[in-house]
Ligand binder design. Structure first.
Ligand code: EPZ
Length: 422
Protein backbone atom coordinates (compact mmCIF):
# COMPACT_ATOMS: atom_id res chain seq x y z
CA UNK A 1 0.00 0.00 0.00
CA UNK A 2 1.37 3.38 -1.00
CA UNK A 3 1.98 6.23 1.42
CA UNK A 4 2.33 9.96 0.89
CA UNK A 5 5.17 11.84 2.63
CA UNK A 6 4.57 15.57 3.19
CA UNK A 7 7.18 17.96 4.59
CA UNK A 8 5.57 21.01 6.14
CA UNK A 9 6.52 24.64 5.52
CA UNK A 10 6.84 26.79 2.44
CA UNK A 11 4.14 28.77 0.72
CA UNK A 12 2.14 27.51 -2.27
CA UNK A 13 2.02 29.57 -5.45
CA UNK A 14 0.54 28.60 -8.80
CA UNK A 15 -2.45 27.07 -10.57
CA UNK A 16 -4.21 23.74 -9.95
CA UNK A 17 -6.46 22.29 -12.68
CA UNK A 18 -9.70 20.90 -11.21
CA UNK A 19 -10.91 17.64 -12.77
CA UNK A 20 -14.40 16.47 -13.66
CA UNK A 21 -16.53 15.45 -10.67
CA UNK A 22 -16.13 11.86 -9.41
CA UNK A 23 -19.65 11.93 -7.97
CA UNK A 24 -21.11 13.21 -11.23
CA UNK A 25 -19.22 10.71 -13.40
CA UNK A 26 -20.29 7.78 -11.21
CA UNK A 27 -23.96 8.57 -11.83
CA UNK A 28 -23.53 9.57 -15.49
CA UNK A 29 -21.84 6.30 -16.47
CA UNK A 30 -24.84 4.02 -15.60
CA UNK A 31 -26.93 6.15 -18.01
CA UNK A 32 -25.32 4.11 -20.81
CA UNK A 33 -27.57 1.22 -19.73
CA UNK A 34 -30.62 3.24 -20.81
CA UNK A 35 -29.78 3.22 -24.54
CA UNK A 36 -28.33 0.97 -27.23
CA UNK A 37 -26.46 3.93 -28.70
CA UNK A 38 -23.01 5.17 -27.61
CA UNK A 39 -22.77 7.60 -24.67
CA UNK A 40 -19.55 9.63 -24.53
CA UNK A 41 -18.42 11.51 -21.43
CA UNK A 42 -15.68 14.13 -21.74
CA UNK A 43 -13.73 15.75 -18.86
CA UNK A 44 -13.98 12.46 -16.94
CA UNK A 45 -11.66 12.25 -13.89
CA UNK A 46 -8.89 9.63 -13.92
CA UNK A 47 -9.65 7.84 -10.65
CA UNK A 48 -9.79 4.29 -9.36
CA UNK A 49 -13.54 4.61 -8.66
CA UNK A 50 -14.12 5.35 -12.35
CA UNK A 51 -12.11 2.24 -13.26
CA UNK A 52 -14.30 0.24 -10.85
CA UNK A 53 -17.49 1.55 -12.50
CA UNK A 54 -15.95 0.72 -15.91
CA UNK A 55 -15.36 -2.86 -14.72
CA UNK A 56 -18.92 -3.14 -13.39
CA UNK A 57 -20.48 -1.93 -16.65
CA UNK A 58 -18.23 -4.23 -18.70
CA UNK A 59 -19.33 -7.16 -16.51
CA UNK A 60 -22.91 -6.39 -17.60
CA UNK A 61 -21.98 -6.34 -21.30
CA UNK A 62 -21.20 -2.65 -21.89
CA UNK A 63 -18.25 -1.94 -24.18
CA UNK A 64 -16.11 0.86 -22.73
CA UNK A 65 -13.38 2.63 -24.67
CA UNK A 66 -11.24 5.40 -23.19
CA UNK A 67 -9.25 8.17 -24.85
CA UNK A 68 -6.86 10.86 -23.52
CA UNK A 69 -5.70 8.66 -20.66
CA UNK A 70 -9.26 8.19 -19.42
CA UNK A 71 -10.55 11.76 -19.78
CA UNK A 72 -12.91 10.64 -22.56
CA UNK A 73 -15.11 7.58 -21.98
CA UNK A 74 -17.31 6.07 -24.69
CA UNK A 75 -19.76 3.38 -23.52
CA UNK A 76 -21.94 1.20 -25.76
CA UNK A 77 -24.56 -1.04 -24.14
CA UNK A 78 -26.27 -2.38 -27.24
CA UNK A 79 -26.62 -5.81 -25.71
CA UNK A 80 -26.51 -6.50 -21.99
CA UNK A 81 -25.73 -10.18 -21.58
CA UNK A 82 -25.56 -10.19 -17.79
CA UNK A 83 -27.94 -8.49 -15.38
CA UNK A 84 -26.10 -9.30 -12.15
CA UNK A 85 -23.89 -6.70 -10.44
CA UNK A 86 -21.55 -8.94 -8.53
CA UNK A 87 -20.61 -8.51 -4.83
CA UNK A 88 -16.90 -8.55 -5.68
CA UNK A 89 -17.25 -5.27 -7.56
CA UNK A 90 -20.12 -3.68 -5.62
CA UNK A 91 -18.34 -4.08 -2.27
CA UNK A 92 -15.50 -1.89 -3.57
CA UNK A 93 -17.76 1.02 -4.41
CA UNK A 94 -21.23 1.86 -3.11
CA UNK A 95 -22.10 3.90 -6.18
CA UNK A 96 -22.53 0.53 -7.95
CA UNK A 97 -26.12 0.61 -6.66
CA UNK A 98 -26.77 3.21 -9.39
CA UNK A 99 -27.00 0.46 -12.05
CA UNK A 100 -30.20 -0.81 -10.39
CA UNK A 101 -32.56 1.85 -11.75
CA UNK A 102 -31.34 1.90 -15.34
CA UNK A 103 -31.17 -1.92 -15.58
CA UNK A 104 -34.76 -2.21 -14.31
CA UNK A 105 -35.91 0.50 -16.72
CA UNK A 106 -34.16 -1.03 -19.75
CA UNK A 107 -34.44 -4.80 -19.12
CA UNK A 108 -37.24 -5.14 -16.55
CA UNK A 109 -35.01 -7.00 -14.13
CA UNK A 110 -31.76 -6.62 -12.17
CA UNK A 111 -29.76 -8.50 -9.57
CA UNK A 112 -27.48 -6.17 -7.59
CA UNK A 113 -25.40 -7.06 -4.56
CA UNK A 114 -26.27 -5.10 -1.45
CA UNK A 115 -23.35 -2.66 -1.07
CA UNK A 116 -22.77 -3.14 2.65
CA UNK A 117 -21.62 -0.34 4.92
CA UNK A 118 -18.42 1.64 4.83
CA UNK A 119 -16.16 3.49 7.27
CA UNK A 120 -18.34 6.60 7.50
CA UNK A 121 -21.60 4.83 8.24
CA UNK A 122 -24.07 1.98 7.66
CA UNK A 123 -25.26 3.70 4.46
CA UNK A 124 -28.36 1.58 3.81
CA UNK A 125 -30.15 1.64 0.45
CA UNK A 126 -33.74 1.42 1.74
CA UNK A 127 -34.72 4.68 0.02
CA UNK A 128 -33.48 3.31 -3.32
CA UNK A 129 -35.47 0.07 -2.91
CA UNK A 130 -38.67 1.74 -1.66
CA UNK A 131 -38.52 4.10 -4.64
CA UNK A 132 -38.09 1.25 -7.15
CA UNK A 133 -41.12 -0.50 -5.59
CA UNK A 134 -43.07 2.76 -5.92
CA UNK A 135 -42.20 2.66 -9.63
CA UNK A 136 -43.78 -0.80 -9.86
CA UNK A 137 -40.79 -3.10 -9.33
CA UNK A 138 -40.97 -6.22 -7.15
CA UNK A 139 -37.95 -6.33 -4.83
CA UNK A 140 -36.68 -9.40 -2.99
CA UNK A 141 -33.55 -9.51 -0.80
CA UNK A 142 -31.88 -12.92 -0.95
CA UNK A 143 -28.34 -14.11 -0.16
CA UNK A 144 -27.01 -10.55 0.10
CA UNK A 145 -28.44 -9.57 -3.27
CA UNK A 146 -31.28 -7.33 -4.41
CA UNK A 147 -33.50 -9.25 -6.86
CA UNK A 148 -35.64 -6.72 -8.72
CA UNK A 149 -38.30 -7.45 -11.37
CA UNK A 150 -40.53 -5.16 -13.42
CA UNK A 151 -41.81 -7.48 -16.17
CA UNK A 152 -44.38 -4.91 -17.35
CA UNK A 153 -41.83 -2.09 -17.21
CA UNK A 154 -41.73 0.69 -14.61
CA UNK A 155 -44.76 2.90 -13.99
CA UNK A 156 -44.42 6.62 -13.26
CA UNK A 157 -45.43 7.65 -9.74
CA UNK A 158 -45.07 10.36 -7.09
CA UNK A 159 -42.01 9.64 -4.92
CA UNK A 160 -41.51 11.70 -1.77
CA UNK A 161 -38.24 11.04 0.10
CA UNK A 162 -38.40 11.28 3.94
CA UNK A 163 -34.98 12.98 3.83
CA UNK A 164 -32.63 14.04 1.06
CA UNK A 165 -30.60 11.26 -0.56
CA UNK A 166 -28.25 12.03 -3.48
CA UNK A 167 -27.98 8.42 -4.66
CA UNK A 168 -31.66 7.57 -4.31
CA UNK A 169 -32.59 10.73 -6.25
CA UNK A 170 -30.14 9.70 -8.99
CA UNK A 171 -31.44 6.11 -9.16
CA UNK A 172 -35.03 7.32 -9.55
CA UNK A 173 -34.05 9.98 -12.10
CA UNK A 174 -32.28 7.34 -14.21
CA UNK A 175 -35.13 4.81 -13.94
CA UNK A 176 -38.00 7.28 -14.50
CA UNK A 177 -36.72 8.37 -17.93
CA UNK A 178 -38.04 5.12 -19.49
CA UNK A 179 -41.00 4.51 -17.15
CA UNK A 180 -44.58 4.53 -18.46
CA UNK A 181 -46.09 7.90 -17.51
CA UNK A 182 -44.86 10.72 -15.32
CA UNK A 183 -42.75 10.55 -12.15
CA UNK A 184 -42.56 13.40 -9.63
CA UNK A 185 -39.67 13.29 -7.16
CA UNK A 186 -40.34 15.34 -4.01
CA UNK A 187 -37.61 16.27 -1.49
CA UNK A 188 -35.14 15.53 -4.27
CA UNK A 189 -31.43 16.20 -3.78
CA UNK A 190 -30.31 19.49 -5.39
CA UNK A 191 -26.56 18.83 -5.77
CA UNK A 192 -24.81 20.07 -8.96
CA UNK A 193 -24.16 16.41 -9.78
CA UNK A 194 -27.94 15.84 -10.00
CA UNK A 195 -28.27 18.82 -12.35
CA UNK A 196 -25.40 17.45 -14.44
CA UNK A 197 -27.10 14.03 -14.67
CA UNK A 198 -30.38 15.66 -15.72
CA UNK A 199 -28.61 17.65 -18.43
CA UNK A 200 -26.96 14.51 -19.78
CA UNK A 201 -30.28 12.59 -19.77
CA UNK A 202 -31.99 15.53 -21.52
CA UNK A 203 -29.27 15.41 -24.20
CA UNK A 204 -30.18 11.71 -24.59
CA UNK A 205 -33.84 12.64 -25.16
CA UNK A 206 -35.23 12.42 -21.62
CA UNK A 207 -38.01 14.79 -20.57
CA UNK A 208 -36.98 16.25 -17.18
CA UNK A 209 -37.92 19.49 -15.43
CA UNK A 210 -37.02 20.99 -12.06
CA UNK A 211 -33.48 19.62 -11.73
CA UNK A 212 -31.63 21.56 -9.01
CA UNK A 213 -34.85 22.12 -7.07
CA UNK A 214 -36.42 19.77 -4.51
CA UNK A 215 -39.18 18.80 -7.00
CA UNK A 216 -38.17 17.06 -10.21
CA UNK A 217 -40.71 15.94 -12.85
CA UNK A 218 -39.83 13.22 -15.37
CA UNK A 219 -42.10 12.28 -18.29
CA UNK A 220 -41.17 8.75 -19.39
CA UNK A 221 -40.26 8.20 -23.06
CA UNK A 222 -40.04 4.99 -25.14
CA UNK A 223 -36.31 5.17 -25.80
CA UNK A 224 -33.23 7.32 -25.30
CA UNK A 225 -30.48 7.96 -27.86
CA UNK A 226 -26.75 8.42 -27.45
CA UNK A 227 -25.08 11.73 -26.57
CA UNK A 228 -21.78 13.39 -25.74
CA UNK A 229 -21.71 15.15 -22.36
CA UNK A 230 -18.97 17.01 -20.42
CA UNK A 231 -18.68 16.00 -16.75
CA UNK A 232 -19.23 19.00 -14.44
CA UNK A 233 -16.25 20.36 -12.45
CA UNK A 234 -15.58 18.53 -9.17
CA UNK A 235 -16.70 20.99 -6.44
CA UNK A 236 -15.20 18.79 -3.69
CA UNK A 237 -11.75 18.62 -5.31
CA UNK A 238 -12.15 22.38 -5.90
CA UNK A 239 -12.91 23.11 -2.24
CA UNK A 240 -10.08 20.85 -1.13
CA UNK A 241 -7.42 22.67 -3.18
CA UNK A 242 -8.86 26.09 -2.31
CA UNK A 243 -7.90 25.34 1.30
CA UNK A 244 -4.28 24.42 0.51
CA UNK A 245 -2.87 28.02 0.40
CA UNK A 246 -4.78 28.83 3.59
CA UNK A 247 -2.66 26.22 5.40
CA UNK A 248 0.64 27.33 3.90
CA UNK A 249 0.27 30.96 2.90
CA UNK A 250 0.80 32.06 -0.71
CA UNK A 251 -1.81 32.13 -3.45
CA UNK A 252 -3.36 29.38 -5.61
CA UNK A 253 -5.75 29.64 -8.56
CA UNK A 254 -8.03 26.61 -8.97
CA UNK A 255 -8.69 26.39 -12.71
CA UNK A 256 -12.31 25.76 -13.71
CA UNK A 257 -13.62 26.73 -10.27
CA UNK A 258 -16.92 28.59 -10.04
CA UNK A 259 -18.37 30.20 -6.89
CA UNK A 260 -21.88 28.85 -7.56
CA UNK A 261 -20.61 25.27 -7.09
CA UNK A 262 -19.62 26.06 -3.48
CA UNK A 263 -21.50 29.11 -2.20
CA UNK A 264 -22.00 27.85 1.38
CA UNK A 265 -18.33 26.78 1.56
CA UNK A 266 -17.14 30.19 0.27
CA UNK A 267 -19.36 31.98 2.80
CA UNK A 268 -17.64 30.02 5.58
CA UNK A 269 -14.21 30.91 4.19
CA UNK A 270 -15.24 34.57 4.18
CA UNK A 271 -16.34 34.24 7.83
CA UNK A 272 -12.90 32.77 8.61
CA UNK A 273 -11.24 35.81 7.06
CA UNK A 274 -10.21 34.16 3.78
CA UNK A 275 -10.63 35.99 0.47
CA UNK A 276 -11.89 34.11 -2.61
CA UNK A 277 -11.69 35.83 -5.99
CA UNK A 278 -13.54 34.63 -9.10
CA UNK A 279 -11.14 35.11 -12.02
CA UNK A 280 -11.63 34.39 -15.72
CA UNK A 281 -9.84 31.03 -15.24
CA UNK A 282 -11.27 29.93 -11.90
CA UNK A 283 -11.11 30.72 -8.17
CA UNK A 284 -8.07 32.42 -6.64
CA UNK A 285 -7.51 31.98 -2.89
CA UNK A 286 -4.96 33.43 -0.46
CA UNK A 287 -4.80 33.58 3.33
CA UNK A 288 -5.29 37.10 4.69
CA UNK A 289 -2.66 38.61 7.01
CA UNK A 290 -5.06 38.23 9.90
CA UNK A 291 -4.71 34.43 9.90
CA UNK A 292 -7.72 32.11 10.23
CA UNK A 293 -10.69 32.99 12.44
CA UNK A 294 -12.53 30.18 14.26
CA UNK A 295 -16.01 29.48 12.80
CA UNK A 296 -18.91 27.05 13.28
CA UNK A 297 -19.85 24.61 10.49
CA UNK A 298 -22.88 22.34 10.06
CA UNK A 299 -23.03 19.92 7.13
CA UNK A 300 -26.28 19.83 5.14
CA UNK A 301 -27.55 18.69 1.75
CA UNK A 302 -26.84 21.15 -1.11
CA UNK A 303 -26.99 24.16 -1.07
CA UNK A 304 -25.75 23.77 2.52
CA UNK A 305 -22.15 23.10 3.57
CA UNK A 306 -21.02 19.82 1.91
CA UNK A 307 -20.25 16.86 4.19
CA UNK A 308 -17.46 15.92 1.74
CA UNK A 309 -15.55 19.07 2.77
CA UNK A 310 -16.05 18.71 6.53
CA UNK A 311 -12.78 16.84 7.17
CA UNK A 312 -10.76 19.34 5.14
CA UNK A 313 -12.38 22.30 6.94
CA UNK A 314 -11.69 20.69 10.33
CA UNK A 315 -8.02 20.37 9.42
CA UNK A 316 -7.91 24.08 8.56
CA UNK A 317 -9.61 25.07 11.84
CA UNK A 318 -7.01 23.17 13.90
CA UNK A 319 -4.76 26.27 13.71
CA UNK A 320 -7.50 28.92 13.69
CA UNK A 321 -7.61 31.61 16.37
CA UNK A 322 -10.32 30.50 18.80
CA UNK A 323 -12.68 27.57 19.16
CA UNK A 324 -14.74 26.14 16.28
CA UNK A 325 -17.71 23.76 16.42
CA UNK A 326 -18.39 21.33 13.55
CA UNK A 327 -21.66 19.42 13.31
CA UNK A 328 -21.84 16.41 10.95
CA UNK A 329 -25.51 15.92 10.09
CA UNK A 330 -25.27 13.62 7.05
CA UNK A 331 -23.23 10.60 8.18
CA UNK A 332 -23.09 8.98 11.61
CA UNK A 333 -19.34 8.35 11.76
CA UNK A 334 -17.47 10.95 9.77
CA UNK A 335 -14.96 12.28 12.32
CA UNK A 336 -12.34 9.52 11.95
CA UNK A 337 -9.80 12.12 10.82
CA UNK A 338 -10.07 13.77 14.28
CA UNK A 339 -7.90 11.26 16.22
CA UNK A 340 -5.36 11.34 13.38
CA UNK A 341 -5.22 15.16 13.49
CA UNK A 342 -4.86 14.91 17.28
CA UNK A 343 -1.73 12.80 16.72
CA UNK A 344 -0.39 15.91 14.99
CA UNK A 345 -1.12 18.04 18.06
CA UNK A 346 -4.64 19.24 17.23
CA UNK A 347 -7.05 19.86 20.10
CA UNK A 348 -10.35 18.22 19.11
CA UNK A 349 -13.16 16.88 21.30
CA UNK A 350 -15.67 14.65 19.52
CA UNK A 351 -19.07 13.95 21.05
CA UNK A 352 -21.38 12.07 18.72
CA UNK A 353 -22.03 14.24 15.67
CA UNK A 354 -20.30 17.31 17.13
CA UNK A 355 -16.58 18.13 17.14
CA UNK A 356 -15.15 21.08 19.10
CA UNK A 357 -11.79 22.28 17.73
CA UNK A 358 -9.59 24.58 19.82
CA UNK A 359 -6.99 26.28 17.65
CA UNK A 360 -3.28 25.66 18.35
CA UNK A 361 -0.23 27.58 17.08
CA UNK A 362 1.02 24.90 14.67
CA UNK A 363 0.59 21.17 14.11
CA UNK A 364 3.54 18.77 14.25
CA UNK A 365 4.19 16.18 11.54
CA UNK A 366 3.51 12.51 12.46
CA UNK A 367 2.73 9.16 10.82
CA UNK A 368 -1.08 9.08 10.36
CA UNK A 369 -3.58 6.74 8.76
CA UNK A 370 -6.18 7.51 6.13
CA UNK A 371 -9.57 5.96 6.92
CA UNK A 372 -11.73 7.29 4.11
CA UNK A 373 -11.40 9.36 0.98
CA UNK A 374 -11.93 12.82 2.42
CA UNK A 375 -10.14 12.11 5.73
CA UNK A 376 -7.06 11.13 3.67
CA UNK A 377 -6.80 14.47 1.95
CA UNK A 378 -7.45 16.42 5.17
CA UNK A 379 -4.32 14.79 6.64
CA UNK A 380 -2.28 15.79 3.60
CA UNK A 381 -3.49 19.39 3.91
CA UNK A 382 -2.57 19.37 7.61
CA UNK A 383 0.87 18.01 6.71
CA UNK A 384 1.51 20.92 4.32
CA UNK A 385 1.66 23.34 7.26
CA UNK A 386 2.82 21.05 10.08
CA UNK A 387 6.33 21.23 11.50
CA UNK A 388 8.37 18.36 10.13
CA UNK A 389 7.26 15.29 8.17
CA UNK A 390 3.81 13.70 7.97
CA UNK A 391 3.50 10.21 6.52
CA UNK A 392 -0.08 9.43 5.42
CA UNK A 393 -0.59 5.68 5.12
CA UNK A 394 -3.27 3.70 3.21
CA UNK A 395 -3.59 6.28 0.44
CA UNK A 396 -5.60 3.89 -1.74
CA UNK A 397 -8.53 5.76 -0.20
CA UNK A 398 -7.07 8.96 -1.65
CA UNK A 399 -6.67 7.58 -5.16
CA UNK A 400 -10.40 6.88 -5.29
CA UNK A 401 -11.22 10.58 -5.43
CA UNK A 402 -8.14 12.68 -6.14
CA UNK A 403 -6.16 12.29 -9.33
CA UNK A 404 -2.38 12.86 -9.04
CA UNK A 405 -2.60 14.80 -5.74
CA UNK A 406 1.18 14.86 -5.28
CA UNK A 407 1.65 16.33 -8.79
CA UNK A 408 -1.05 18.97 -8.35
CA UNK A 409 0.24 20.17 -4.97
CA UNK A 410 3.88 19.62 -5.90
CA UNK A 411 3.48 21.87 -8.95
CA UNK A 412 2.67 24.75 -6.56
CA UNK A 413 5.74 24.16 -4.40
CA UNK A 414 4.55 21.60 -1.85
CA UNK A 415 7.19 19.17 -0.56
CA UNK A 416 5.19 15.99 -1.19
CA UNK A 417 6.07 12.58 -2.58
CA UNK A 418 4.43 9.19 -3.01
CA UNK A 419 6.23 6.25 -1.43
CA UNK A 420 5.17 3.04 -3.12
CA UNK A 421 4.11 0.29 -0.72
CA UNK A 422 5.19 -3.34 -0.84
C1 EPZ B 1 -23.34 10.65 -2.18
O1 EPZ B 1 -23.43 9.48 -1.39
C2 EPZ B 1 -21.85 10.86 -2.44
N1 EPZ B 1 -21.32 9.72 -3.18
C3 EPZ B 1 -21.10 11.01 -1.11
O2 EPZ B 1 -19.73 11.28 -1.40
C4 EPZ B 1 -21.68 12.21 -0.37
O3 EPZ B 1 -21.05 12.33 0.88
C5 EPZ B 1 -23.19 11.99 -0.17
O4 EPZ B 1 -23.83 11.79 -1.44
C6 EPZ B 1 -23.85 13.20 0.51
O5 EPZ B 1 -23.65 14.35 -0.25
C7 EPZ B 1 -21.53 9.66 -4.51
O6 EPZ B 1 -22.17 10.51 -5.10
C8 EPZ B 1 -20.94 8.46 -5.22
P1 EPZ B 1 -26.94 9.99 0.42
P2 EPZ B 1 -24.88 8.79 -1.15
O7 EPZ B 1 -27.82 8.93 -0.14
O8 EPZ B 1 -25.74 8.99 -2.33
C9 EPZ B 1 -28.64 7.88 4.33
C10 EPZ B 1 -17.41 11.00 -1.28
O9 EPZ B 1 -16.60 11.22 -0.36
N2 EPZ B 1 -29.35 6.98 3.41
O10 EPZ B 1 -27.24 11.43 0.10
O11 EPZ B 1 -24.64 7.42 -0.65
C11 EPZ B 1 -27.13 7.73 4.25
O12 EPZ B 1 -26.71 6.67 5.08
C12 EPZ B 1 -18.73 10.33 -0.98
O13 EPZ B 1 -17.23 11.33 -2.48
C13 EPZ B 1 -30.26 6.07 3.93
O14 EPZ B 1 -30.48 6.00 5.15
O15 EPZ B 1 -25.42 9.69 0.05
C14 EPZ B 1 -26.65 9.07 4.73
O16 EPZ B 1 -26.65 9.09 6.15
C15 EPZ B 1 -18.84 9.94 0.48
N3 EPZ B 1 -30.93 5.23 3.08
C16 EPZ B 1 -27.71 10.04 4.21
O17 EPZ B 1 -28.87 9.24 3.92
C17 EPZ B 1 -30.73 5.28 1.72
O18 EPZ B 1 -31.38 4.50 0.98
C18 EPZ B 1 -27.32 10.76 2.91
O19 EPZ B 1 -26.87 9.78 2.01
C19 EPZ B 1 -29.79 6.21 1.20
C20 EPZ B 1 -29.13 7.05 2.06
Amino acid sequence: MDSILVTGGGELHGQIPIAGAKNACLTLMPATLLTEEPLTLTNAPRLSDIKTMNALLESLGTEVTTLQGGKVLTMSSHNLDNLTADYDIVRKMRASILVLGPMLAREGRAVVSLPGGCAIGARPVDLHLNAMEALGAEIELRDGYIHAYAPKGLQGNIIEFPFVSVGATENVLLAATLANGTTIIKNAAREPEIVDLAHCLQAMGAKIEGEGTSKITVEGVDRLHGATHPVVTDRIELGTYMLAPIFTGGEVECLGGRIELLEAFCEKLDEAGISVEQTVNGLKVKRGNSGIKAINVTTEPFPGFPTDLQAQMMAMLCTATGTSVLEEKIFENRFMHAPELSRMGAKIEVNGGTAVVTGVERLKGAPVMATDLRASVSLILAGLAAQGETLVNRVYHLDRGYERVEEKLGSCGAKIERISGK
